[in-house]
Design a protein around this ligand. Sequence first.
Ligand code: RNT
Ligand code: ZN
Length: 425
Amino acid sequence: MEEIIVEKEENVVSAYELAKQRYDEIGVDTEKVMNDLEKVKLSIHCWQGDDIHGFLFPNQELTGGIGVSGNYPGLATTPDELSSDLSEALSLIPGNHKVQLHAIYAVTDKKKDLDELEPEDFKYWVDWAKKEGVGLDMNGTFFSHPMLKDGFTLASPDKDVRDFWIEHGKRSRKIAEYFGKELGQQSVNNFWVPDGYKDNPVDKLSPRLRLIDSLDEIIKEPMDEKNTIEAFEGKLFGTGVESYTVGSHEFYDNYALTRNKLWTIDAGHFHPTEDVSDKFSAFTPFGKGLMLHVSRPVRWDSDHVVIFDDALVRITRSLVRDNLLSKTNIGLDFFDATINRISAWVVGARATQKALLQSMLAPIDDLKKAEEQGDYTTRLAVTEELKSYPFGAVWDEFCRRNNVPVGEDWLDNIHTYEKDVLFKR
Ligand code: RNT
Ligand code: ZN
């Protein structure tokens, strides 16, 4: 057994040496690329681990137009289970990352509603994050709650409803600020509200004006961006709100721009023929930056596990080629309960890193030059050839150097963890 492992490691190293030479021939420095990749943090969403139940109201039905299907065994139902599953996933993903929480993941003995949460209700997660060496991002939870009335929260015509959610939004900011202070890195606080109408509205303006007022109230108190910044996530439609979404893309694009905040682009929230990667360079010359929810829509906003597909590579290529990594927070957002939930995290995160790596392994300046000179033949020919360059060998070496399993070896860890932990729950 030991011999096989040593031989495999030698194979990984020698395949890498050959790949390094191939890339060197076209002026691509694989060592530099691996260094660059190591610096890219993903923001891994905690809710893949428990099908978005959370700990505050675990028996509450999931509302707001999102849904999880499947009932694979081993669901995490306690903070210790979820954090241990996350730690297991992180041990199989190369590099150092962040984790996105939602307000419903507060850990408190007291009965607390969403408008009563305080930073100390997240101390559990801060302690865990310190131990794990990860950052924390935040999301207020504007769904799965009885105060989501007739499909509305912050844009509700009912002032009591709006006030409840405004208070929740303010509290989510305090929590994100606490994450930033405690962990010494900015915590992105993402806002997504499901507000909208199933059928054609008469008045499309008033709900949007109410949403602006509510959001302005939430962000009124200045906070140091070193600790936290807000991001706003729009959507084309949701189940139950097919005709009209208050927080549409144009709405949040303009809101983020005028308030100097981040705009969140979820890959599943657009018309299927739209290419989200086209939007990054249209926003960033004006706006502060982006948050992404990398997801895989299958025919609709289905939130399938992210895989290494064309849509993902188009996203990472745009970020890399247009030099947008420093302005972009790459979050994941998918939920699948038909497979091992930890493996879902690992597959999605590793696919995103692989796509980043393949995008980085390219003679980008030369290609830009060819394009500028009108040499579209070279552009097409080289970008096509690049697709079969040995980036997989560089990926394996990247994993080896980061002390995570190479190739599908990580599945062994998952199977052991299933046997020892998940299937005993
Ligand atoms: C819903 C949004 C939102 C949620 C999470 C759970 O369509 O994508 O980001 O998926 O907040
Ligand atoms: Zn999302």
